[in-house]
Design a protein around this ligand. Structure first.
Ligand SMILES: NC(=O)c1ccc[n+]([C@@H]2O[C@H](COP(=O)([O-])OP(=O)(O)OC[C@H]3O[C@@H](n4cnc5c(N)ncnc54)[C@H](OP(=O)(O)O)[C@@H]3O)[C@@H](O)[C@H]2O)c1
Length: 255
């Protein structure tokens, strides 16, 4: 197959959790530009609708749905609506995520649980729900958004142990699901971004700008197009022989 065709996503159907803003919105843009039909879901439906409206310029028919990834019934509803609207699901990007900052000694169980349930359990529940359709269709791409925080620890001034543990869990989940579902021709990979200024990260980045930049060999933070290539690659036929991989996109921070 021609190399350009390997990356073509025309007619493919992708669900992107947390696709309304930030990195999810960026990856949604990348997939739409390559021809995919999108389903954007997050808790605030209006922001999904706004993103869907903007993405219509690429010619697809994006769907905006409300969903809390902590809620299995709402996940099932998104998956069923996707299939009834588009007739199939080819790609899932488990991107919805959250964090909570507190020193380990003071981290309250409810805050730990909220981070693990959103980042890790949400990834499991959504993968399980799309698997019901991907397994029988013998084709699918699951992309889990981990973080460099799932690969390394951080000093005490970055007190987010639940976030680190959840992202480490996402990486282990990715590798194990890749082993389990390879026989169904479903590729399961992760992307581990470094620092990208978004709603979630902007305060931490502002407080530590110079110190962070010193540790990033490329000397800058992630920008508005830096995740698109990784997402399109892992969503497309170009990655058909890649599974269980963690693609680090961090400007060299963990090199
Ligand atoms: N920015 C970075 O530097 C960075 C680095 C590494 C990894 N990441 C990861 O990248 C992903 C996106 O983060 P971001 O930086 O783009 O953050 P963001 O701008 O805060 O966006 C987070 C997205 O997740 C959605 N979300 C949060 N909780 C949800 C829930 N319970 N159910 C459904 N949707 C939920 C939000 O929408 P609602 O609030 O409407 O639900 C929003 O769409 C996260 O997994 C994050 O851990 C980010």
């Amino acid at each position: 197959m021609n190399a350009k065709n390997l990356f073509d996503l025309s007619g493919r159907v992708a669900i992107i959790t947390g696709g309304s803003v930030g990195l999810g919105r960026q990856m949604a843009g990348g997939l739409a530009e390559m021809g995919a039909n999108l389903v954007l879901c997050a808790r605030k439906k209006e922001r999904c609708e706004q993103a869907a409206e903007e993405l219509k310029q690429h010619g697809g028919r994006p769907l905006a749905l409300a969903c809390d990834v902590k809620n299995p019934d709402q996940i099932r509803e998104v998956v069923e609506q996707t299939v009834s609207h588009f007739g199939r699901i080819d790609i899932l990007i488990n991107n919805a995520g959250t964090s909570w900052g507190a020193p380990v000694e003071e981290m309250r169980l409810e805050h730990w649980n909220r981070v693990i349930e959103t980042n890790l359990t949400g990834t499991f529940l959504f993968s399980q729900a799309v698997g019901k359709f991907m397994v029988p269709q013998r084709r699918g791409k699951i992309i889990n958004i981990a973080s460099v925080a799932g690969i390394r620890g951080a000093p005490p001034e970055f007190p987010a142990i639940g976030y680190h543990a959840s992202k480490g869990g996402v990486i282990a989940f990715t590798k194990d699901l890749a082993c389990k579902w390879g026989m169904h021709n479903i590729q399961v990979n992760a992307i581990a971004p470094g620092w990208f200024p978004t709603h979630m990260s902007e305060v931490v980045i502002e407080r530590n700008r110079e110190a962070f930049l010193k540790k990033i060999p490329l000397g800058r933070f992630g920008g508005n197009h830096d995740l698109k290539g990784a997402a399109v690659f892992l969503a497309s036929d170009a990655s058909d022989f890649v599974t269980g991989h963690v693609l680090v996109v961090d400007g060299g921070q963990t090199a």
